[in-house]
Design a protein around this ligand. Structure first.
Ligand code: CA
Length: 516
């Protein structure tokens, strides 16, 4: 029922009818207009004019993007950007991962065009988006009040969730844990009672592909591990910028996680096992619980149920913390620092912003999310539904979409979660429905744009503060120190190293950007 309700709500939202226009209504210019583009991302270090999505956009708008990417021989977009800036010649359009800091720094100097007036006058779909999501507009705005890029805007709220071996719970006669104490009891049972049935105490009760997902568990003691989808990020507490690793809940959480680690409830190799941890520990029938992405983690039910008898690895609701709070700290961020901008020397800014706006129109949004109508998808009841060309190939859907030039994060566009729900399995949909019902997500910190003075404070202090925090964190978890005994000294060290100056700079930027 839950799955059905989620799907029904989703389909209803999707079904808002699109008005029909005479063919050609999306044409921006009568004669084809060529615009040069630098597009660089680790997945595609150049713009491919043969991408079906580019060809379709040409047909619909008459704007032709011509590849002018510099640095295509490196997969490092930052390096490519440095080469581009050093060349002194900026193409009409520049799209790359992490473009936000680049344009906010070089836009005010003239390398990129301010977009505010162009958007107001020529981009009705982008304007409508901003009206719907004013915080996103604030997040995109530079310290001088201008907007210099159109971002990649992810859709869908849910990212990671708590997952546990339901078949192991059943086997040991245990319920899904509802609180931090129950989680501990379950992990102890996984450690001691041989749920994989091989006669050895070889189970790894809690594991994580990213060791930061161990630190995430401090939320069970009312601590925080990050304020955004970036690890170790600042967070906003009622309008005040704080850092998670200076909070009392964090201290309490680290103290307990060190205990769990010492007791063998955490993967002893959690800091070193790396990204293959999930694949290895699940397929070897060893891993009990983790915190990871809905869709990809649910996918192990499809791949392992034929290999491991009874295997069921399902999402469960965030356990209640020591104060009774159930939160899911991770969610998709609604605006990324990736996207595209208009070069300062572009002689067709109006056509270019109209082109940017095309991707936010209902038709353009379908092209950028799903590919070419009639080939990669078909319209059914007002919704774009993938054809067998995409769904029938057995290959990961996102990879196929990148290959045709869809879902490129170096292009400014608004993602449509419909693209993902069509290939999420029933376990993922059930888990998302569970999280939706409980409303466990919390607000996110969308980042700030520093002025020069704030940037200087941040650059001077932040790296060393962060390095010191992470060093202490790992030492405490591994039992090389006592977080409670050392806490006051730790806070004094952070202050000496400049944490409070960084927090002041962040606060001043935050107040300017979002209103104090
Ligand atoms: Ca065993």
């Amino acid at each position: 029922m839950r799955i059905f309700a989620l799907l029904a709500a989703f389909l209803a939202a999707m079904a808002m009818s699109t008005p029909t226009f005479a063919d050609g209504h999306l044409k921006i210019v009568d004669e084809p207009l060529e615009l040069t583009v630098h597009m660089h991302h680790k997945r595609y270090p150049a713009y491919d004019e043969n991408w079906p999505v580019e060809q379709e956009a040409r047909r619909l708008t008459n704007i032709h993007l011509k590849n002018a990417t510099i640095g295509s021989n490196t997969t490092n977009s930052g390096e490519a950007m440095n080469l581009l800036l050093a060349s002194g010649s900026i193409p009409d359009i520049v799209g790359t991962s992490r473009i936000k800091d680049v344009v906010n720094q070089y836009g005010p100097q003239g390398a990129f065009m301010p977009l505010n007036d162009l958007i107001d006058e020529h981009a009705p779909h982008i304007t409508a988006f901003f009206e719907k999501f004013p915080d996103i507009k604030s997040a995109m705005t530079a310290a001088d009040g201008n907007i210099y890029y159109i971002p990649y805007l992810p859709d869908g709220k849910y990212g990671r969730a708590y997952f546990i071996r339901h078949d192991w719970l059943d086997k040991l006669g245990l319920e899904v844990p509802q609180s931090v104490d129950e989680v501990k009891s379950v992990l102890e049972a996984f450690r001691d009672q041989d749920p994989n049935g091989n006669g050895q105490q070889d189970e790894v009760p809690y594991f994580a592909r990213q060791w930061e997902e161990l630190i995430r568990l401090v939320t069970l003691w009312d601590g925080r591990s990050s304020g955004s989808d970036t690890y170790h990020d600042f967070y906003v507490d009622n309008g005040t910028i704080r850092h998670p690793y200076a909070g009392e809940g964090y201290r309490e959480g680290i103290k307990n996680l060190a205990q769990w680690y010492a007791e063998g409830l955490i993967d002893p190799e959690v800091f070193t096992r790396g990204s293959s941890a999930r694949e290895y520990l699940l397929s070897e029938n060893l891993g009990g619980m983790t915190h990871d992405w809905f869709a990809s983690t649910s996918g192990y039910n499809t791949t392992l149920q034929g290999k491991i008898d009874g295997f069921v690895f399902k999402a469960f609701a965030p356990p209640a913390s020591i104060s009774g709070a159930r939160i899911e700290e991770h969610r998709r961020i609604p605006v990324k620092p990736d996207g595209w901008a208009i070069g300062g020397a572009n002689s067709h800014p109006v056509e270019t912003i109209k082109y940017f706006d095309f991707w936010f129109s209902p038709e353009g949004r379908n092209v950028v999310n799903f590919g070419v109508e009639g080939v990669h998808w078909e319209m059914q009841d007002g919704k774009a539904i993938f054809t067998d060309v995409i769904l029938g190939s057995g290959r990961p859907v996102n990879s196929q979409l990148y290959e045709i030039g869809a879902q490129l994060h170096a292009r400014g566009y608004y993602q449509d979660y419909g693209y993902e729900i069509q290939w999420s399995n029933s376990y993922a949909l059930e888990g998302i429905a569970l999280y939706d019902e409980g409303d466990y997500l919390i607000d996110q910190f969308l980042g700030v744009a520093f002025n020069e003075e704030e940037q200087a404070v941040y650059d001077k202090h932040w790296t060393s503060v962060r390095t010191y925090m992470l060093e202490r964190q790992q030492v405490w978890i591994l039992g090389g120190g006592d977080v409670e005994a050392e806490w006051d000294d730790y806070l004094a060290d952070l202050d000496k190293m400049g944490l409070n100056k960084v927090l002041e700079a962040m606060q001043s930027a935050y107040n300017r950007q979002y209103g104090s």
